[in-house]
Design a protein around this ligand. Sequence first.
Ligand code: 1GP
Length: 254
Amino acid sequence: MDNRLITNINLAKLQGKKQIAVLIDPDKYRTDSIEKNIEICLSASVDFFLVGGSLISKNYLPELIRHIKSLTSKPLILFPGDIYQIDPSADAILLLSLISGRNPELLIGNHVRSAPFLKQSGLEIIPTGYLLIDGGKHTSANYMSQSIPIPYDKADIASATALAGQMLGHKIIYLDAGSGALHHIHPGMVKTVSKTVDIPLFVGGGIRKPEQAAQLARAGADVIVVGTALEQNPAFISDLAHAVHESSSIIHSK
Ligand code: 1GP
């Protein structure tokens, strides 16, 4: 087990380089569209891929990972909605603790069940403090986790929760409005959290437009995660990725 990916993510943060990750849901896997979509992501210089979903009803995960791996050597990180979404062919896994919720299964129960398999898998483990934030609608992530998201305008609660996550030893904080959220996380909340924690900050959920992605990156997100944007409008990924990467140079030139 190495620490290659988290080391690279930390390095990018140190250098002020903003990154974009594309989330691919195994349940929406189609062999023909995946090739086209990965090609679009590669020409847009997407930095890495996340694979996972709140609920997986078809056993496409191993095949999807193999397929993506045959198309690109970009890092592929599992973003599991449950303990069934572990596959040793990926490069790493975000070991999520839902610290915005109070569901013991998502704070420790699932981790205990999956730990022996994770050890055997050889995957790089990236302990992640995961916060669900209200994105204007009840998402699959909220329902499946049986947890109440942090209110949209409560940056102080998000900030204290993220700080607790860092103190507990998490390597990443992930603020998520949930896939398909009506609105993305408020940049003010991202700014408050990014000033509070030193570890890399992932922000996702409801990001559709390049200017939204750029605003969140400038507010302090180190990695912007998009999923629905690729499914709904693949051609847009190039503009989104460009906006995120451009935000790096804005910060550099300050
Ligand atoms: C969800 O942050 C991701 O965990 C992606 O959300 O599908 O809304 O882009 P979207």
